[in-house]
Write a protein that binds this ligand. Structure first.
Ligand code: G3I
Length: 478
């Protein structure tokens, strides 16, 4: 049975202001001074995003994992990946009932061995269907689609941070209608059927609806996706997140109301993830657009991560538009610098939707200000860190999600120790490094999530065989 607590979104308290940090670097005999008023400046995208509990990912291709320039950038900069094509229907079920996870596994194994999260893309889609599925209609297709969702999500259970369960189900244009596809013709409830099957197969993964051209709040397609999510939340159909692909170019530019779109979806009670970001252009204009997107995400507490759709411009499906953060040679572009500095500048996460009017510069004192601020969120726990565990179990196995919350000093590194019940064993771990698999197991932070601000949290998880009941985590940090 589904346990929503195991996939609940991260809640972050207001970030404590950190002291200004100045890093003096000597380059070519010149002293350079970098200062940040909010955070210690991190030097990679993933580490910078992790300061606010977010991830920064890239779509990657299995056949490029032998390219050292590509892999060096991937391993250095990103803490989440999406398979660009390898987990799509035509790749994973090339013949009906014959599943092939070889290319997907290369990506998942690369990511997990380096502590990166994995976004699953995608379980049900009108495009990139294998020939056998393209020719199907009606109840046979409905059954085949549900079997595909179940088999693929079960195979990867416990390894996927978020699944794009359904991709691109709405029409382009102004109708707000569903896209006419063989899946749609199986009945209007095909989307919720796919989500229910995905939840049953992998209760620990966040389940997303993913689409393009749902970035501009005033577009009919955006409203159609919004109404779908609202309806699902009202009726209890399992959905945890919305993926905004965010492929921007002259025809579909980064919209000025993007933040409104993010906050509006988030207000429905789902996470928002920017899942396929690329912005055609170059130089300052491109850099400014990337900065704007990042700042919009940072302004929304439930915008939990950003994925760019490729690493170098030459890796992009729109390479002619040079839409990515690294040039063809793997050099950082101005868009990279803008993205990194926006992530590092870390706009404080507001607890409500962003104001549409400027906030007052001085609060009108209607009553005397309290001498101690009333706690609106639970105060940071005493000591240096604490941890809680939530479980999803099924006969013979479980997924544990562990939330680590920093105490009043924050953490630079942390470790959680748990006694795994007799007969149970840890089989794989994400967002932490496990020592051992039975008995007393220690889970230490990975490179991008050791630093947690005072009162803030991060999560890691692990999958196990046997029963995980009765585990009590104990946290220590430095
Ligand atoms: O690998 C074969 C190669 O062997 C063959 O010679 C060649 C001939 O066309 O095709 C190669 O496969 C191509 C594949 O990309 C790998 O490069 C396919 O033709 C091509 O259709 C496929 O395009 C992918 C596209 O989805 C398909 O719709 C892109 O790489 C991929 O970036 C793109 O990703 C989508 C997301 O899934 C959903 N959102 C939009 C996004 C961009 O279109």
């Amino acid at each position: 049975m589904t346990d929503h607590h195991a996939i609940r979104p991260r809640r972050r308290g207001p970030r404590a202001a950190l002291a200004s940090v100045a890093v003096v670097a000597l380059a070519a005999g010149t002293a350079l001074l970098y200062a940040s008023s909010a955070n210690a400046a991190e030097s990679t995208l993933g580490a910078a995003a992790a300061q606010t509990g977010r991830y920064f990912g890239a779509a990657i291709a299995a056949h490029k994992l032998g390219d050292s320039t590509y892999v060096n950038i991937l391993n250095r900069e990103f803490n989440s990946v999406t398979a660009e094509n390898e987990m799509k229907i035509n790749a994973t079920e090339p013949q009906q009932g014959r599943f092939d996870f070889s290319s997907g596994d290369r990506i998942v194994n690369h990511a997990i061995s380096r502590g990166m999260a994995v976004r699953g893309h995608t379980l049900a889609w009108h495009s990139q269907q294998p020939a056998w599925m393209e020719q199907m209609e009606g109840s046979a297709l409905r059954q085949a689609m549900l079997n595909h969702v179940t088999q693929v999500a079960s195979y990867y259970r416990g390894k996927i941070h978020s699944w794009d369960v359904v991709n691109e189900a709405f029409d382009d244009g102004n109708s707000g209608a569903r896209r006419n596809s063989n899946l749609q013709r199986t009945g209007n409830d095909w989307i919720e059927a796919a989500f229910r099957a995905a939840r049953a197969a992998d209760p620990g993964a966040k389940l997303c609806y993913n689409d393009y051209n749902i970035d501009n709040w005033s577009w009919a397609k955006t409203q159609a996706a919004y109404n779908l999510v609202r309806d699902f939340k009202q009726r209890g159909v399992p959905i945890d997140c919305v993926g905004l692909q965010s492929h921007f170019n002259a025809q579909s530019p980064y919209p000025s109301n993007y933040r409104t779109t993010l906050s509006s979806f988030a207000a429905l009670g789902v996470d928002v993830q920017i899942t396929e970001l690329d912005i055609e252009g170059s130089g300052t204009a491109q850099a400014n657009a990337y900065r704007g997107v990042v700042n919009d995400c940072l302004a929304i507490a439930r915008c939990t991560g950003i994925t760019v759709w490729g690493i170098r411009d030459s890796d992009s499906w729109r390479s002619y538009g040079t839409p990515l953060l690294f040039d063809n040679n793997g050099n950082k572009k101005p868009a990279y610098d803008a993205t990194l500095s926006a992530l590092n500048s870390g706009t404080p996460v507001p607890t409500t939707a962003p104001p549409t009017t400027a906030p007052p510069t001085t609060a009108p004192p209607t009553t005397a200000p309290p001498t101690t601020a009333p706690p609106t969120t639970a105060p940071p726990p005493p000591g240096n860190c604490s941890a809680t565990v939530s479980l999803n179990q099924w006969p013979g196995g479980f997924v544990a999600t562990v939330r680590v919350t920093a105490g009043s000093s924050g953490t630079n590194s942390w470790a959680v120790t748990m006694t795994i019940p007799s007969g149970a064993a840890v089989t794989n771990t994400w967002n932490a490094q496990a020592s051992g698999s039975t008995g007393s197991v220690r889970f230490a932070n990975v490179s991008y999530n050791g630093r947690i601000g005072a009162g803030q949290s991060t999560e890691f998880g692990f999958q196990g065989t046997g029963s995980g009941s009765g585990m009590t985590p104990s946290c220590s940090s430095s």
